[in-house]
Design a protein around this ligand. Structure first.
Ligand SMILES: NC(=O)c1ccc[n+]([C@@H]2O[C@H](COP(=O)([O-])OP(=O)(O)OC[C@H]3O[C@@H](n4cnc5c(N)ncnc54)[C@H](OP(=O)(O)O)[C@@H]3O)[C@@H](O)[C@H]2O)c1
Length: 261
């Protein structure tokens, strides 16, 4: 019997890259999974990819997590089809790529990234708690996808780094307030993950990135899915408010090996 048999799981941004691997992990371990992408087209594309992996029996509906009307509609669907929710994975993210450097970027672009990553994650969590967790004896579990860039910034991504720092603080604050009512909130903070974006990279860039990592490798989506599943399972039943880094050792070093000589 799988760890998530009889569990209902929602994975936001479950339609591509790491989100797909998180959906697959929960499904292979017995969960009934709901997922969303931000648009109908991207969500439908995710459905095709999951079917190509031999997966079926999940439910997908487009939902912009920053839009409360769309969030409410997604939870209406979960209510109709499953009648409960046990695990929420806040994976959806605006990467904030191409916004420009801090001297020229439009300050409004910070709000756009925050709307998805921070407000979106918050309002999906709040809705999950009020619509389901508070009414269920077994309550529920929340896992956020943070990033090691919350702790060590990367260049040209002010809005994204700020949003992931806010997520870390929000995870601790939510954990504190929700612990007395039996709801756990934790985060996985990945470093490099191999996604479709890596396919376009030159091999020398991939090699340089790997050299940045003490373990000399990036994560596969399944590495991240394993951590998320652990944080969602009873195996982590004594943990809340934690940010679990999964970055091949990047964050524990001062300099990459080739510089540190
Ligand atoms: N990739 C990395 O190296 C890395 C490193 C550290 C942390 N992370 C974090 O790990 C998680 C997964 O990363 P990833 O690289 O696999 O993500 P990704 O490829 O950028 O995909 C982002 C996902 O979020 C969805 N999304 C974006 N805005 C949304 C919105 N407003 N409402 C609903 N869904 C929305 C996207 O849906 P659409 O397809 O509709 O756009 C997509 O499914 C993210 O939280 C990311 O920040 C990633």
């Amino acid at each position: 019997m799988g760890r998530f048999e009889n569990k209902v799981v929602l994975v936001t941004g479950g339609n591509r890259n790491t989100g797909l691997d998180i959906v697959e992990k929960f499904m292979r371990e017995g969960a009934r999974v709901f997922l969303c992408g931000s648009s109908s087209a991207s969500t439908a594309a995710g459905v095709e990819k999951l079917r190509a992996r031999g997966l079926d029996g999940f439910t997908a509906q487009a939902c912009d997590v920053g839009n409360i009307a769309e969030v409410t509609a997604l939870f209406d669907l979960i209510e109709r089809e499953a009648g409960r929710l046990d695990i929420l994975v806040n994976n959806a993210a605006d990467q904030g790529i191409g916004l420009g450097g801090p001297l020229e970027m439009d300050p409004e672009s910070i709000l756009k990234v925050m709307n998805t990553n921070v407000k979106g994650g918050f309002q999906v969590t709040q809705t999950a708690c009020n619509r389901f967790f508070m009414k269920q004896g077994t309550r529920g579990v929340v896992v956020f996808l943070s990033s090691n860039t919350a702790m060590r910034a990367i260049r040209g991504r002010t809005a994204y780094c700020a949003s992931k720092g806010a997520i870390n603080s929000m995870v601790r604050a939510l954990a504190l307030d929700l612990a007395p009512i039996g709801i756990r909130v934790n985060a996985c903070a990945p470093g490099y993950i191999y996604t479709e974006r890596w396919d376009a990279l030159d091999e020398s860039v991939k090699a340089r990135r790997r050299l940045n990592c003490p373990l000399r490798r990036e994560a596969k989506g399944s590495d991240i899915a394993n951590v998320v599943a652990f944080l969602a399972s009873e195996e982590s039943g004594n943990m809340t408010g934690e940010i679990v880094t999964c970055d091949a050792g990047c964050s524990c070093q001062h300099m990459p090996e080739d510089v540190d000589r």
